[in-house]
Design a protein around this ligand. Structure first.
Ligand SMILES: Nc1ncnc2c1ncn2[C@@H]1O[C@H](COP(=O)(O)OP(=O)(O)O)[C@@H](O)[C@H]1O
Ligand SMILES: Cc1ncc(COP(=O)(O)O)c(N)n1
Length: 276
């Protein structure tokens, strides 16, 4: 049986982040990708220039249609665009048995802004994220900007990442995975997983590349793929960290500013020989 993973996310026309990064990661991690599109962004390496949100009932409909017919082994969120979409997602996830303490593990990546600083949801979205999604999350995967938005804590070092994980765990998720990409002074890139009792430090090198667009989405979607394939949360977190470290190591320039991380590093070399 091929496992399936669902991403509930926005489209990035630049193909670096959003549902495009998620589907590419699912593919290279050997799971079938299912999608509930929340918004279409007009985006390139310079920023998010425009967007159109999908009606909430259409977002919910996509989740329920694939869950009822095809089955979902794990699900994740990315850009959720608005409070109304978040409420519709929460209700659809309940109907599809997605969420902590339910059959289908749920990774909530609390994407609040693009790396260029453009907001990807409004104030109502932040309130709905706290009330509706954090308590439903099997794993919450914030970056350090999202930590500040959700807790008010400013993290400048590894010890503070542990404090932030404790504060976030109190908001309802089963596990918290705090991502360390923004601690640019740290020679290593150590993410932290916390289950309410124990901390697991996920070690990895810090690569000196400016091209990290889509790193967060790739980490969360590899983690989701691991869960879909039956890994435990700590195992899937290690898998996600391993996947994204390689994706950052193989990132490439494209466009005027920050280029994408690569999911290609897992693909086999081209075997077709023209005329052969
Ligand atoms: N320069 C880097 N070298 C190695 N890993 C990185 C680097 N930047 C980010 N990562 C990894 O990519 C993932 C995303 O990190 P982060 O940048 O904090 O999130 P986001 O992309 O959501 O802002 C994390 O697992 C982090 O450890
Ligand atoms: C549609 C969409 N979803 C998510 C992100 C966040 O990714 P990043 O932090 O790499 O900009 C994005 N820029 N666009």
């Amino acid at each position: 049986m091929v496992a399936s993973a669902l991403t509930i996310a926005g489209s990035d026309s630049g193909g670096a982040a959003g549902l495009q990064a998620d589907l590419r990661t699912f593919l290279t991690c050997g799971v079938h990708g299912l999608v509930a599109v929340t918004a279409v962004t007009v985006q390139n390496t310079l920023g998010v220039h425009d967007r159109s949100d999908i009606p909430p009932h259409v977002v919910a409909g996509q989740i329920e249609a694939v869950a009822a017919d095809m089955g979902v082994n794990a699900a994740k969120t990315g850009m959720l665009a608005s409070g109304e979409i978040i409420k519709a997602v929460a209700e659809a996830c309940d109907r599809a048995d997605i969420g902590r303490d339910r059959a289908v593990p749920f990774v909530v990546d609390p994407v609040a802004a693009s790396m260029h600083g453009h907001p990807l949801f409004d104030d109502a979205g932040l309130a709905a994220l706290r009330e509706e999604l954090l308590p439903r999350a099997t794993v919450l995967t914030p970056n350090l900007d999202e930590v500040r938005l959700l807790t008010g804590l400013t993290v400048t070092g590894r010890a503070e990442m542990h404090e932030a994980a404790v504060a976030l765990h109190a908001l309802g998720p089963r596990y918290v995975l705090v991502k360390s990409g923004h601690l640019t002074e740290d020679p290593e890139c150590v993410d932290v997983l916390y289950d309410g009792t124990d901390f697991v430090d996920l070690h990895g090198p810090r690569f000196a590349t400016p091209h990290t667009h889509g790193a967060g989405d790739s980490m969360a979607s590899a983690l989701t793929a691991g869960l879909a394939r039956g890994m435990s949360v700590p195992e899937a977190a290690r898998f996600g960290k391993w996947f994204v470290s390689n994706a950052v190591a193989n990132s490439y320039p494209m466009g005027a500013k920050v280029g994408p991380v690569s999911a290609f590093w897992r693909l086999a070399p081209e075997e077709f020989t023209p005329g052969g």
